[in-house]
Design a protein around this ligand. Structure first.
Ligand code: UN1
Length: 509
């Protein structure tokens, strides 16, 4: 595996300042929060973080803005999102630079993240003219039933470091056209890209004459998140992160009868059957497992391979793994950037030690890289591990590039192994056998929110609904009819008969 040279922290600090300046952000330095970069693991700038008073003010301002926004016609709300999409296109390069600097993504994936934001803006603009309710046949003459969709209120968006901008955008673009306002608490690890997104949205609001307070950014720690979770002024809490976080957020929001939309951990698998096209499957598997340094919620973490092709597939994967260029994510040849932190590296090493103690065998990778050049950073070779069974460590999500390989004999056994984990986000099957593919997609197949054929588990397009079952939390975001989570429906019965006619044949008076 090759490594490429790293930039210095001073270079990255200057680069971040340039990108922020180009986007138009004035950074207010402070000491509440630290912007840092996983490229060197070092500090970039101190930033001001939200006080309790800031949070309270944001909640109040968001409510005031909602009162205007909810009655602004939806296609006009779409104009705000269209302008945001234009600004994202204009600043794509600088925004991608900030994603690389703060989240460590390679250039192509950082640009892909901004493209995903542009795509959801386009989707949401179209949606702004398609917030359809149905008209329903009434059982009574001269009556009509209608379903109407109304805005909910303020949406609290709590997002994670690994998609620091796209997760915000697919919540925010959809929430805004639905007539909601947004209060965003991003990951503490990615404040700079958050400031950039907020700035562009505020600029779009000014340009189209929308209330500025339709969007508020609160940079801060746990206390800010807790306020959004507990405050009844936040109608919907949309939270992306670990299952552990979701277990706290879900019940707390439910206790006040608020709504939550949870996108939690995944433990995504692919089944590779004997008929699979390995020329297609091998690069798809390597991208899904090693891409983003294994730090997508959709990352491929388990490979369930038919016994007859296991040796061939493992050999090809081992070769591919040993050639992966690891290092500076700004270098166009790099495919694997750093993990977010040395804590993440420790978790990866802990999982590897446990799985080896349980009989797992490392087939390729797993060594730390660039430790001398950047001791505070966490570069690692993605790792391929052969396991005989899905032990407890395999059934957990470790947010790192570990791919566990297990073999199967029958498709029923493969599907049982596939579904035998607590999480249920993304899944795929590699096969040229249509029957196998259909069984995998059927009600008795994959139990995930995303089930693919001949494509990996990660890199979903925004047009579909995104989310998963079981410990993944059950939320659906982005495309399809995920917008309904951001609105409330009202059922209307309209009587134009001129007579009172009670339903179910009831007579009264
Ligand atoms: C995430 O990792 O939180 O499907 C989201 C994908 C991306 C989104 C990942 N479109 O991999």
């Amino acid at each position: 595996m090759t490594s490429t040279a790293l930039p210095t922290t001073d270079d990255l600090r200057a680069h971040a300042r340039d990108a922020l300046r180009n986007i138009g952000v004035d950074v207010v330095e402070g000491d509440g929060l630290h912007a840092r970069t996983p490229l060197t693991g070092e500090h970039l700038f101190g930033l001001r973080s939200a006080t309790d008073a800031d949070t309270e003010q944001a909640l109040a301002a968001s409510r005031t803005a909602f009162l205007t926004w909810r009655t602004t016609p939806a296609p006009r709300r779409g104009e705000l999102v269209r302008r945001l999409g234009e600004l994202l296109r204009e600043h794509k390069g600088d925004l991608a630079d900030l994603v690389t600097i703060e989240a460590g993504k390679i250039r192509s994936e950082a640009l892909g993240e901004i493209q995903e934001m542009i795509d959801i803006c386009d989707f949401a603009v179209g949606l702004s003219r398609q917030l359809y309710g149905r008209t329903i046949a009434s059982e009574r003459p001269g009556h009509r039933l209608a379903e109407t969709w109304h805005p909910l209120g303020a949406v609290g968006v709590i997002s994670a470091f690994n998609f620091p901008a796209a997760v915000w955008s697919w919540n925010t673009a959809v929430a805004l056209v639905c007539g909601d306002t947004v209060i965003w608490k991003p990951s503490e690890l990615t404040p700079l890209i958050s400031l950039a997104c907020h700035h562009l949205l505020t600029r779009a609001a000014d340009e189209v004459g929308a209330p500025r307070d339709v969007h508020r950014l609160l940079l801060g720690g746990r206390a800010v998140g807790e306020t959004l979770v507990d405050d009844p002024r936040v109608a919907l809490v949309s939270a992306t992160g670990s299952t552990r976080m979701g277990r706290e957020v879900g019940p707390r929001v439910a206790a006040r009868f608020g709504r939550s939309l949870l996108e939690l951990g995944g433990n995504n698998a692919a089944i590779v059957t004997p008929s699979a096209d390995l020329d297609l499957a091998v690069p798809a598997i390597v991208f899904a497992a090693a891409g983003t340094a294994g730090q997508r919620c959709t990352t491929l973490r388990r490979l369930i391979v038919h016994r007859d092709i296991a040796d061939t597939l493992i050999e090809r994967l081992t070769t591919a793994y040993t050639k992966l260029p690891i290092g500076n994510p700004f270098d166009d040849t790099t495919l694997v950037g750093p993990l977010i932190s040395t804590t993440a590296l420790d978790a990866m090493r802990g999982a590897l030690a446990r799985v080896q103690a349980q009989g797992g065998k490392i087939l390729a990778g797993g060594n730390r890289r660039l430790a001398e050049a950047a001791p505070a950073a966490a570069y690692t070779e993605p790792v391929l591990v052969r396991v005989d069974e899905q032990s407890d460590v395999v059934r957990e999500e470790t947010f790192a590039p570990i791919l566990y390989v297990v073999t199967y004999d029958t498709l029923d056994e493969a599907i049982a192994l596939h579904n035998d984990v607590p999480q249920g986000l993304s899944s795929s099957i590699f096969t040229r056998d249509q029957q196998e593919a259909e069984i995998f997609l059927s009600a008795a197949g994959s139990d995930c929110g995303i089930a693919n054929v001949n494509i990996g588990t990660s890199g979903a397009e925004i047009g579909g609904a995104f989310g998963g079952e079981k410990d993944t939390g059950g939320g659906r975001e982005a495309g399809s009819d995920a917008w309904k989570s951001y609105m409330r429906s009202a059922t209307n019965t309209i009587n134009y008969s001129g007579e009172l006619n009670l339903a179910q044949g009831v007579s009264f008076l």
